[in-house]
Design a protein around this ligand. Sequence first.
Ligand SMILES: [Zn+2]
Length: 225
Amino acid sequence: MGFFTVFSHLLPAQQLPHSAYGLPYINRISLYKESLVNHPQKQMKSLADIPGIRLDLRYASDNNFMHKQLYPENTKTSFLRYPAYLALDSIAREVGRMGLELVIFDAYRPYRITVKLWIPVKDERYAANPTKGSGHNRGIAVDLTLADLKTHQLLSMPTDFDNFSDSAHQDFKGTDSIRIANRELLKKVMEKYGFISLSTEWWHFSWRDPQQFEVLDLSFAELAK
Ligand SMILES: [Zn+2]
C-alpha cells in the first residue's frame, strides 16, 4: 500500500464477541456506543424520522414468506447507518417531487433474526448465512418499493416482496411495460444516491463498503433509546 495506511472503521475483531456461528458482532448497546466514538457516521438512524417514507415492516407481521411474525409486534420503525439514512432522505424528497413515497419492507435486521430465518431454510438463495451476516444485519441494506403519495397505493412491480423466483430479477422482462418501468424507476433513483442494487431482488438495495460496518445484534427497542 506504499505510504498509505488503510484505516478500518471497525472495532478490532479480537475485541468483539463472536456469535455461535463464529462471526464477530456487536451484541451490547455499550459496545455499539464504543464503536461510534471515533466513527459517528456509523450511527443508526430511525427511518420514521424521514418525511415521505412509510414503513410496512413485513417481519413485524405475518405478511411475509415465512408466514411468521419475526419482529416484535410494536416495531414501528427500522434503522440505517447515517450515510444510507441521508441518501434515503434525499431519495424520498426526489420521489416526493414525482408524487411518490417510499415504502420500507425491511431495513436493519437484528442478527438473531437472521439466525432464526436460517435454521429452517439453510439455503443462501433464500436466507443470509449467519457465518457471514448480511447487509441488513450491518444496518446498510433496505428493502423497499414505491407508492402513490396521495392514495398510498403501491406501484405495480413484477412481484411482491420476498418472491424468490426469476420474476424478481432486475433483468426479468416477462412482464408488462408498466411494471418494468416502475422497477427501473426505483433502481435508477436508488443508484443515483449511491445505493447498489441486487440482480436477484428488485426491492433490495445496499450501501457500499459493508465491511466498514459491524454486524449488530441489538433489538429495535435498544436502538430506539
Ligand atoms: Zn433485503
